[in-house]
Design a protein around this ligand. Structure first.
Ligand code: 5GP
Length: 184
């Protein structure tokens, strides 16, 4: 069933686009002429990765992973299950993990350990959103577009019950009484 409610815009389309430019500049400066493999974590990061890769000038390739975390519906255990793995070896490669959001950090912590065991040269993290205050384990976020609070956010790839990934902005669900001018 489609979740009901109004949506308050937190980060609009234009702001996302100009920030993605800035993050891509940082990434380009970091890698220069070195080759990088972007690892896009599906499904949430697919729009961010698509926008980001078009601004990357360093030689790059992309692969995709689907990772799901074990745990009940409310809390992730941090144990991850690899639903779709990378297609090629990452031995001695520079890896840039592209995530939608880092929350507790548990998923990424496990993912980094999993990928690190395959002998890459370097693993860096790029995330669209960072919920710093929700962290339960420290993860090294190298590139981050936006810091956000602890609200559950949707849009620009992020879902609520698989819906709302298509929204061009990042927003949050609000009850009808809370909605502001920017409600879509
Ligand atoms: P972590 O292991 O860092 O707690 O969880 C990260 C994953 O939880 C993200 O990749 C994302 O799929 C999901 N997640 C965490 N916070 C949010 C949120 O506010 N909105 C949405 N749509 N997903 C979230």
């Amino acid at each position: 069933m489609i979740p009901e409610g109004n949506i308050e815009i937190l980060i609009d389309e234009k702001t996302i686009a100009s920030r993605v430019d800035e993050v891509a500049d940082q990434i380009n400066r970091h890698y220069g002429t070195s080759e990088v493999l972007l690892v896009c974590i599906l499904k949430g990061a697919f729009i961010f990765a698509a926008d980001l890769i078009r601004r990357i000038t360093s030689p790059c390739t992309i692969d995709f992973m689907i990772v799901s975390s074990y745990g009940d519906e409310i809390e992730t255990s941090g144990e991850i299950r690899i639903v779709k793995d990378l297609q090629k070896s990452i031995f001695r490669k520079k890896i840039l993990i592209v995530e939608d959001i880092v929350d507790t950090g548990l998923t990424l912590d496990h993912l980094i350990k999993y990928l690190d065991s395959r002998g890459p040269d370097e693993i860096r993290i790029c995330t669209l959103l960072n919920k710093k205050d929700a962290r339960r384990v420290e993860v090294p976020v190298d590139f981050c577009a936006f810091e956000v609070g602890n609200d559950f956010v949707i849009g620009y790839g992020l879902d609520y019950s698989q819906y709302f990934r298509n929204l061009p902005y990042v927003g949050k669900m609000v009850s009808s009484g809370d909605s502001s001018d920017q409600t879509a």
